[in-house]
Each structure stands twice: as structure tokens, then as C-alpha cells.
Design a protein. Structure first.
Length: 462
């Protein structure tokens, strides 16, 4: 297999054994990027000479010589950080985000930055600055959003692993669409300082910077490297990585459900969740059917904060400049403006209700601290699609994505692992979610699912 498609942990083993040097590994990635990125449009800023220089200067550390990419909303010193918007055209970061600082300190080599939708407000990666990112499994399909460029790059071997961000599914939907693994960590466990826009107000609950990779072992490696308290981040918790014994994790009850009772999922998605549940049962986990009752309340509040407050945050910046906005972001504005405007009273009530719903979910998850469920109602859709017929029912764009949104409102960890393929050959992942600050248990269960399924390279890479 092409070395760029090996798990990151295997690449690190090759580097440690001196079977390949950091400079040689970087050349492998440079060739892969030059071969496939013109078709995918995953990396938007890439300079082969800058990569070579960084690889030659590779430091020691747990990630020494490992080539990574970073979503272009996360600041990387000397790289453009425009959040996919023509309104920010030419903005260059003058320092690294804290998460990037930690990866560099561990020895990683930055290959470049990856595409995202304008202002991150879409499940499809397309913008007026760089155009759309395509799915490596089928170029007519979306790579997802908002970390779509990152997912496409990792799936196609243009990167060993990297960083995305997630306020409504933005590392999980693209992972599901592109057939890779990812983790939306508990808010604050991975430093978000240096993300644009900053995770403030309701986004301090919803948002998280998260690792993306081809395998859960690689995701866990990045998580261990990143999850140390950031003393300058008020949301950062003083909790470092905790090692869990597999037997202890097997004692945690896991509840699984195929849908939320409101929005149907495709038959292959149902089967993927069932297959994952059976795989866990086979390995000795305690797996039982269970669906929390507070999910729709959580989704409704997520919409208040992400959609309506998101539009409010950008209102001043876009005033008088809407002609410069991308169709994808205009679509987001149409959705936001179709809702009844938030008032000070309704926002205050929503904020208070958020805490009550989170309490309700915590109480329900006492019986089942881990949940197994779909990532999305559908696999990767064709560019521009916004509605689908599933089991005879019309499913609209945001409703299809609801399966990730709950866990942003909950500020809890949720991982994605590839499990199956659709009838059209597109990847289908499943989601493992847990209670806040129990990221390690989520990763352990996800790793168990991966043992029977896991990453397969897209045909274009072979």
C-alpha cells in the first residue's frame, strides 16, 4: 500500500525504525498532493518547498516527522486564515493556534491548510475563494462540511491526520461522508484558542477543535497529544488523558438506536448501526436498545444557538456586503432568517432551557453512558443537493444532519468510525457518543467497533 495511506501510527513506527526519513515521507505526501489535489480541491494552501524545509528540520517527539494538515479556520503561522470568505480575502495568521503549537512541539510537519465553507456555516465545503471540495469516493459528491477539505485530504492520503472543528457535526459529517474517523471532544479538552471565529457565547458550548484521521488509534494519538489544559482558555478543563482498562470499558452499558423516531435514515445506515452493535456484543460489551427522550429538545435549542445566533454574530460583518457572499452561506442566511427572530427574552429562556435539557440528558445517560447511533440520515450527497426521500419521507438538509447536533448542545464527546457502504458505494459511518469528559471511553468503544470494520482507501487512491 502507498505509505501515505498507512495509519499514522504505522508511519511513526517506520520513522522511528529509520525505514523512512521525515524528508522522504514528506516527499511521498508532496507527490500524492500534486497527483490528487487538483481533482479534490482539499488543500487550499500548499507550498512544497516550505514542507521540505519543515521536514528537514523535524524535531523529536511523539509525532516526529509526521505530516499533517489543518483546517483553514485554525490559525497556522504564515498561512491564510480566511474562513472561506471573500470578506476575509488575504488574511494571514501571524501565530499558531494553541492546538497547532502542541502538534508542532510534538514534532509534526504541517503540509498545508484545507478548504472549508464560508464562515463554517454549512455541511458542504464550497466558497467563492477556492471553490468546492469533492469527495474522493465520487467526485460528483460532497466531502461534507465544515471540515470537508480536511476529511477529503485524509481519506485520499494527502495527509496523515489533522485538525478540524465542530459546532454541529463539522468533523463528524465529513468523516462519515469520506470514510475516515474523527472525534468531537468534550468542549475544552482540546484547546480552541486560535480558531476563527473564536468559540464564544453559545459557541463556547457547541464548538470544539477535533482530531481527524484514517483510524481511531490515530485520532486517539492526536487527542493524547492535545488534551492538556490551556491556562488562557476559560473553557479548558484541568483534565489530562486517562488510560482505561478494556475490561472496565466493557462494563459500561451501551445504548443503541437506529433513528430518533422523527427523521428516517437509509436502510444501509440502519444496518451499519446494527452491525456495529453486534460487533460490540461479540466482543463482550453490554449493548442494549435505548434512545434518550430529550434529543429533539436538544436539536431545537442547537438550532437557536447555531443557526440564529450564528446569523446574529455575522450580521454586522456582512451588512452592505451580501453581494460578496457565497451561495452556500446565503443558503444558511435564508434558513436563519426564515425563523422567528430571537429576542432578549427568548434567548435568555433558551439559555436557561439549555442547562435543563443537558441535565435531562445526563440523567437519562446514567443507565447508558455510551450511545451508538447514526451520524447522518444519508451518506454523502451530490454537490448542491438539499433534500432527499428516505423510506418514503422527504428529509430536508438540516434534518438529515440532526444526528450530530444533539451532542454539540450537550458539549459531549462523539466519535465516528467507518462501517459500511451505500448501494452507490459511498461510505457510511456510525457514531459513538458519551457523557462530557468521558472522551477516553468513547474512543475505546470506537476502537472496538473499528476492529471489525475500519478504513478502506477510496478507489482513486489505488
Amino acid at each position: 500500500m502507498n505509505v501515505t495511506l498507512l495509519p499514522a501510527v504505522e508511519q511513526l513506527r517506520l520513522l522511528e525504525q529509520r525505514s523512512i526519513s521525515p524528508a522522504e515521507l514528506a516527499e511521498e505526501y508532496i507527490r500524492q498532493i500534486e497527483r490528487l489535489n487538483p481533482q479534490l480541491n482539499a488543500l487550499i494552501e500548499f507550498d512544497a518547498e516550505r514542507v521540505r524545509s519543515e521536514a528537514r528540520a523535524a524535531k523529536t517527539g511523539p509525532l516526529a516527522g509526521l505530516p499533517i494538515t489543518v483546517k483553514s479556520s485554525i490559525e497556522v503561522n504564515g498561512y491564510r486564515c480566511e474562513i472561506g470568505s471573500a470578506l476575509n480575502r488575504g488574511h494571514v495568521a501571524h501565530e499558531d493556534a494553541e492546538a497547532v503549537v502542541r502538534l508542532r512541539r510534538a514534532g509534526a510537519t504541517v503540509l498545508g491548510t484545507t478548504n472549508c465553507p464560508e464562515f463554517l456555516m454549512a455541511y458542504e465545503t464550497d466558497n467563492l475563494l477556492y471553490g468546492r471540495t469533492s469527495n474522493p469516493w465520487n467526485l460528483e459528491h460532497s466531502a461534507g462540511g465544515s471540515s470537508g477539505g480536511e476529511a477529503a485530504a485524509i481519506a485520499a492520503g494527502l495527509s496523515a491526520c489533522g485538525l478540524g472543528s465542530d459546532s454541529g457535526g463539522s468533523v463528524r459529517e465529513p468523516a462519515h461522508f469520506c470514510g475516515i474517523a474523527s472525534l468531537k471532544p468534550t468542549t475544552g479538552r482540546v484547546p480552541a484558542r486560535g480558531h476563527r471565529p473564536p468559540s464564544v457565547g453559545p459557541f463556547s458550548i457547541l464548538g470544539a477543535v477535533g482530531p481527524m484521521a484514517r483510524t481511531i488509534s490515530d485520532v486517539a494519538l492526536l487527542f493524547r497529544t492535545l488534551c492538556v489544559q490551556d491556562p488562557l482558555d476559560p473553557e479548558s478543563a484541568p483534565i489530562s488523558n486517562r488510560e482505561l482498562r478494556l475490561d472496565d470499558v466493557k462494563g459500561i452499558p451501551i445504548g443503541w438506536f437506529e433513528d430518533d423516531g422523527l427523521t428516517p435514515v437509509t436502510p444501509e445506515t440502519r444496518q451499519a448501526v446494527r452491525d456495529a452493535a453486534v460487533a460490540l456484543e461479540r466482543q463482550g460489551f453490554n449493548v442494549q436498545p435505548f434512545r434518550p427522550t430529550a434529543l429533539e429538545e436538544a436539536r431545537r435549542l442547537w438550532s437557536n444557538f447555531f443557526v440564529q445566533c450564528g446569523e446574529m454574530f455575522y450580521r454586522e460583518a456582512i451588512e452592505g456586503r451580501e453581494h460578496q457572499l457565497s451561495p452556500v452561506f446565503r443558503g444558511f442566511l435564508d434558513i436563519a432568517r426564515s425563523e422567528k427572530p430571537l429576542t432578549a427574552d427568548s434567548l435568555l429562556r433558551a439559555w436557561a432551557e439549555c442547562d435543563m435539557v443537558r441535565h435531562k440528558l445526563l440523567a437519562e445517560m446514567q443507565a447508558f453512558p455510551i450511545l451508538l447511533c447514526p451520524v447522518c440520515a444519508v451518506p454523502a450527497f451530490r454537490h448542491g443537493e438539499r433534500e432527499w426521500t428516505v423510506e418514503g419521507q422527504s428529509v430536508r438538509y438540516l434534518d438529515a444532519m440532526r444526528y450530530t447536533q444533539w451532542f454539540n448542545l450537550f458539549a459531549s464527546p462523539a466519535a465516528v468510525i467507518p462501517v459500511a457502504r451505500s448501494a452507490q458505494g459511498m461510505p457510511i459511518g456510525v457514531q459513538i457518543a458519551g457523557r462530557p469528559f468521558e472522551d477516553e471511553a468513547v474512543l475505546a468503544v470506537a476502537a472496538a467497533v473499528e476492529r471489525e470494520f475500519g478504513f478502506q482507501p477510496p478507489p482513486m487512491c489505488l
